[in-house]
Design a protein around this ligand. Sequence first.
Ligand SMILES: Cc1cc2nc3c(=O)[nH]c(=O)nc-3n(C[C@H](O)[C@H](O)[C@H](O)COP(=O)(O)OP(=O)(O)OC[C@H]3O[C@@H](n4cnc5c(N)ncnc54)[C@H](O)[C@@H]3O)c2cc1C
Ligand SMILES: NC(=O)c1ccc[n+]([C@@H]2O[C@H](COP(=O)([O-])OP(=O)(O)OC[C@H]3O[C@@H](n4cnc5c(N)ncnc54)[C@H](OP(=O)(O)O)[C@@H]3O)[C@@H](O)[C@H]2O)c1
Length: 478
Amino acid sequence: MVRKYVSIIGSGPSGFYTAHHLLQNVKVPLEVTIWERLPVPFGLSRYGVAPDHPNVKNCEDTFTDTVKDVMGKDSIHKFNFIGNCEVGKDIELSKLLSKQDAVVLSYGCATDRKLGIPGENDTTGVFTSRQFVNWYNGHPDFALHPKFMDFDWKSVKNVGIIGNGNVALDLARLLLSNNVDSIWGRTDISPIALNKLREAPIENVKLIARRDFPNSKFTNKELREMWLLEEYGVRGHIDSKFFTPEEWEMKEQVRSFRRCVDLCSEYVKPFELRSAKYKKLPQPTNGIFTKNWELDYLKTPLEILKDETTGYIKSLKLCNNTLTKANKVIPHEEETMSYEVDLLITSLGYKGSAMAGFEELGVQFDNAKVTNKQGRVLNTEGNEIPRLYTSGWIGRGASGVILATMTNAFKVADNILKDLNVLPTREGTSLPSLQNIRYTTWDDAQKILKFEQEKGEQVSKPREKLLTIEEMLQVVNK
Ligand SMILES: Cc1cc2nc3c(=O)[nH]c(=O)nc-3n(C[C@H](O)[C@H](O)[C@H](O)COP(=O)(O)OP(=O)(O)OC[C@H]3O[C@@H](n4cnc5c(N)ncnc54)[C@H](O)[C@@H]3O)c2cc1C
Ligand SMILES: NC(=O)c1ccc[n+]([C@@H]2O[C@H](COP(=O)([O-])OP(=O)(O)OC[C@H]3O[C@@H](n4cnc5c(N)ncnc54)[C@H](OP(=O)(O)O)[C@@H]3O)[C@@H](O)[C@H]2O)c1
């Protein structure tokens, strides 16, 4: 039987789930190659998911098992990992496409949504959620970045986070529990970042949303974790003007929202007034709260003000807003206010960017994602580009948990399999030349991961990540 060749660009959950599904279901011998910009695999599972949620990263075991199966001696399939190699920069996309039966764009969304207000890009102490998350997760792009390393963490008491998605909650949870060793001490958080964060005498974290409570983006499990920080002397608040269940026709609401309202209705009460179910949960340590967080709503950020001498953030200027029936935000610029903050994180969501080489192939890239029809990439005329596919965040937009990413990847893989059955077999399929590229193989990547695990074991952590590409390559060269 003729072997088929599929290249997948990106080794995050979408890339690996696409590979997994292809390899599980293909009827002919298949060679899958996963290309990855970093020397090690797993994308946001490694560099996004919060370190105190290690179970979420179990998908990495599934991916590793997939590779083990393919590399086993009974397998008719083949697998290559080519890390430390950026498609679009080190390898031309058109060249790759001309040499494979199919190419899948699974390279995720690695830029930031922006507010577009004065002070956003040039004020010390203003970070995007992606930068911040990458920093504490030890991503080589940010792990040792001066923006974080030179920042005076000792001055951070009041924090503003714009947005209230689950990433905003990850950030708030970390900042408010920065000194709780039982949460962070045994995780794979970057120790350098943790030490810096520990210096910050954080007292207040405000989660600032442009819409109202019913439009909150977080999910219940993550919100509950915030309330449970009470155990560590951290108290949550929602102003009663924003939390108005009596106006929300609760019976008509979906179950998850009803639960969310129940949760908040109980937790905004003092401990002794809560129903029995909520009293079973950990009691606040001696009832004294040293830190506070607040869900704030219906605010539009207008400007970030800084100290002209130091360049450090001083405050965030905002105004009230209202929502139209169609949920459009109407700012009232005559009703302004100012929040004094020492640190501001814009947690507005991630954004995809076009890959170099899209123009040459005519790839349609709109709305920060690759335009596609069930994973088949469209050109600027709206026609399918033969053999080019997309899965995961870069094809769907930067939203959805790993499970949703998996479901999408499986559907795309099914379509690739259908097409592989009918597309004529390509002559001369091969990988483009890797000459002059210091790429890592799967074995190299495993060597790095093993090294990190062994380093972690010595301090009872799942791993201690290497923070630079140079260090990773040194381990490979050992
Ligand atoms: C901060 C954060 C926390 C999250 N926490 C959770 C959680 O707790 N639970 C949950 O279920 N979901 C969580 N998610 C969502 C989850 O991470 C996504 O659903 C999933 O990672 C999307 O997978 P992806 O493969 O599309 O993108 P990614 O995971 O971003 O993977 C893309 C990969 O492509 C690589 N790449 C990029 N450009 C190139 C190139 N040119 N050439 C080669 N490689 C390239 C990148 O380095 C990366 O490894 C979280 C998301 C974020 C942002
Ligand atoms: N534990 C977990 O399961 C977990 C953890 C982290 C992430 N994730 C998932 O990863 C995905 C991404 O999460 P995310 O938090 O980055 O994104 P998100 O859920 O899309 O939230 C983005 C937030 O930014 C706000 N926002 C966007 N543009 C804005 C603007 N111009 N001005 C003011 N506010 C603005 C949004 O408000 P509007 O709603 O008004 O647009 C929203 O509150 C989600 O699917 C999330 O569930 C899951």
